[in-house]
Design a protein around this ligand. Sequence first.
Ligand SMILES: Cc1cc2nc3c(=O)[nH]c(=O)nc-3n(C[C@H](O)[C@H](O)[C@H](O)COP(=O)(O)O)c2cc1C
Length: 357
Amino acid sequence: MPEFSLQPVQIGTLYLEWPVFLAPMAGYTDGAFRSLCLEQGCGAVVTEMVSAQGLIRHHARTGHYLDAWGDERPLGVQIYGSDPGAMAAAAAQIAELKRFGFLDVNAGCPMPKIRNRGDGAGLMRDPAKLAEIVRQVKAAVGGALPVTLKTRIGWCAGTVNVLETTAGVEAAGAEAIFLHGRVAAVRHAGPSDWNLIAEVKRARRIPVIGNGGIKAPADVFRMVRETGVDGVMVGRVALGNPWWFRDVRDLAAGREPRQPTTDEVRAAIYEHLRREMDLMAQRGRKEMKRGAELTACLVLRPHLVRYLRGFRGFGDLARTLEERQDAATLLRRVDEVLASGRKRAEENPESRIQDLE
Ligand SMILES: Cc1cc2nc3c(=O)[nH]c(=O)nc-3n(C[C@H](O)[C@H](O)[C@H](O)COP(=O)(O)O)c2cc1C
């Protein structure tokens, strides 16, 4: 099946057999969800973005973003911030944990509270500082783990400077670039510029992983074919749908992808909640005003909305999700929704991403 082929990639010292990454998504990609995606064939996962300042000040809540569920592998960690010294200190702390396969620097987050202080996407406006951060982070981890950068093509349509920013970080020692083909100003809406992703790939020697605009599993292979990227990273389309990664593997193996059965959806939701409870149980009581079980139910809520989207009874559940619900009540409601059956045989992947633009 040559049109569905994908080659392994080497990112510094990290060898990845299947370079299909789950994108970091704050509020979603904790250990519970990441581990489910890995089990369905995802090639590598990354934590949600973690504040460098929070880490060096030892904020307990920040530390929980580093929690993994079981033996998740390969697992990268993403940090954000704009002070090179603080980023380096956070990186050194992470390297000591010896738990992660790579360390990624966030230079793409468009949320106002992040970008307005110069963090995340704000770093694209200061390519020299961005390169300095990568240089200091590299020195701080001392070769203990590869350092990568996740960025966008530019700040806004008038300032597309990705060739400059990526040249700087490559020279500073970054070992791969995750490139989202949109500018920060549009956040996650509109088309992703694959032509520019291809241009960056041609210009850089280090691996470039493409992101944005991938919906159907076949798009993974189309992006690789059209842009020459070394791998792909997918976000929203996988939410509530860890089987998406199974579909990609099925395509590559010449098998017909198939929709998960209702029993598979039920098993995934139950298991997802169990893993959230495991993760919460590792935390101190003080940080969970509501206790481990109710906190786990809260964390599961945005995922449930996505797991159950195509089912007839979903509207009723969605209307009551705001209520405080313990695990037994929540799962009873889930069973009712699943028993209501699917609205349509086939799902439109577009519908999964619309409300997260
Ligand atoms: C809810 C949400 C949270 C996100 N959080 C992060 C984050 O913590 N770090 C990051 O680098 N990108 C973050 N992103 C961006 C994604 O990683 C990805 O680049 C983007 O969604 C485009 O990929 P997609 O079209 O496959 O979803 C987030 C996106 C969404 C929708």
